[in-house]
Each structure stands twice: as C-alpha cells, then as structure tokens.
Design a protein around this ligand. Structure first.
Ligand SMILES: *Cc1c(COP(=O)(O)O)cnc(C)c1O
Length: 228
C-alpha cells in the first residue's frame, strides 16, 4: 500500500472511532479531503480508494482540477473573490465560505436566470480574529436572512476555522459555540440547517464529538503542503 493510501485509511479509521465514541452514525459525517497544493495524481489516487468529496481553497487551482475530474464532488472552502463568481456557478457541490455582501450580491446577479440551486454554508469567524474572513456571530442571522431571499441559493449551515492550536481541547469551546449558534439561527429562522463544517487534521475527532457533519482534512491525508 502507498503511504497516501495508508494515511487515508488511518483517517477513515479515526473517523470511525470518533463516531463510535460519540455515539453517532458514520453516515452523518462527511469527510472532505482538502487537496489544495496537491497534484491531480494524488487526488485521483484517493478517489480510487473511494473518496468522493474534495475541498479546495483557491478558485483558480480548483477550476483546473474540476475540469479534469468533474465527476468528483468539490467544496470551495477558501475566500471567493466576487469577480470569480461567474466562473464558479455550477462547479461546486458546496460553497462553504460565503461571508461577504459583495459575493452574495454577485451570486444573486449571476444566478437570476438559472434554475440551478447552489448549496452554501456561511463561514463564521468564531474566534473573532482580526485578519480572518467570516461573519461575526451577531452578523450571522441578518446575513442568513439575506441569503434566504435569493431563490438560487440553498442555505445549508455554518462553517468555521477556529484559531490554530495544536491542542484540540483548546479548540473544542469554539466547536461548541458554532453548534449553539446554528441551533439559535435555526430557531430564529424556523428551519433546519443540516450542516456544521468544522474540524481539520489537528482536531477532527473532537469536532465529531461536538456535532460536525462535515470535516475538512488535508495534511493527515495528503501529507504536508509545500506552501500555505
Ligand atoms: C487547509 C484547510 C483545511 C485542512 O487543513 P489541514 O490542517 O491540512 O487538515 C481545512 N479547512 C480549511 C478552510 C483550510 O484552509
């Protein structure tokens, strides 16, 4: 078995264990393999092992890979510049990083005459970090209400990227906050939001314990990246 295959199955095993520990069904947790900076060959190898969903941060890089493997499911997980909107329509099964009015406006404009629906998550800056993108907790409800006005967009939940920390117990409180925020928004909007996207290589088992339905794992599957 290749190193890549070994790492992939190790992650699958840890997902299995975390679900068991948390008393959750494995089908409730979608593993997204974050493939930024890794070549299409590595993606194809992981796809051969049964992985179906991949995550990319940079739109240009993503579009090149999607063109080669449109059969896979792709998640946009990084900031999307609004000028790229036209190119991304219909390409991603989920846009996880919606957080700006400019992107929202552009999505509205570009989807007006289409009957396609785009699933989206709202990215929340849960640690209230200065330079990080994402909505502050108090901005989520009014922003969600604007999203609901746009027929082509389907609001599916929340995503976060908490402050980096090697100790997942330091990250757990942010996962709890995101889950509670989702529950609050569901109550206010009187609707169910199926997804909570949280947890990466350093902390996905803890995220699963706290209710993640999507985990985004890069390094533990593909190995270290050359750049960040
Ligand atoms: C890079 C990235 C990940 C994956 O991070 P790893 O620590 O390599 O697992 C997950 N989510 C987002 C938004 C990222 O940018």
């Amino acid at each position: 078995m290749s190193e890549l295959a070994e790492r992939y199955f190790k992650v699958k095993e840890r997902v299995h264990e975390a679900c068991k520990k948390a008393g959750r069904k494995e089908e409730e947790v979608t593993l997204v393999a974050v493939s930024k900076f890794h070549p299409i060959e590595a993606i194809m190898e992981v796809a051969e092992l049964g992985q179906k969903e991949f995550g990319e941060n940079y739109i240009q890089e993503a579009l090149e890979k999607i063109a080669l493997r449109p059969d896979l499911k792709w998640h946009a997980i990084g900031p999307v510049q609004s000028k790229k909107t036209k190119e991304i329509i219909g390409k991603f099964s989920l846009i996880e990083s919606l957080a700006s009015d400019s992107l929202l406006k552009e999505l509205e404009k570009r989807t007006q005459n289409s009957n396609q629906r785009q699933d989206v998550l709202l990215q929340v800056n849960i640690g209230r970090e200065g330079q990080k993108s994402g909505l502050l907790a108090e901005e989520v409800l009014p922003f969600a209400q604007k999203v609901l006005q746009i027929p082509a967009l389907k609001l599916c939940g929340l995503m976060c990227l908490p402050p980096l920390d090697d100790n997942p117990e330091h990250t757990r409180p942010y996962f709890i906050q995101l889950r509670e925020l989702k529950e609050k928004i569901e109550k206010e909007l009187n609707m169910t939001l199926p997804h909570l996207s949280m947890g990466m290589s350093a902390d996905f088992p803890v995220a699963i314990e706290e209710g993640a339905t999507i985990i985004r794992v890069g390094t533990d599957i593909f190995g270290p990246r050359k750049q960040y």
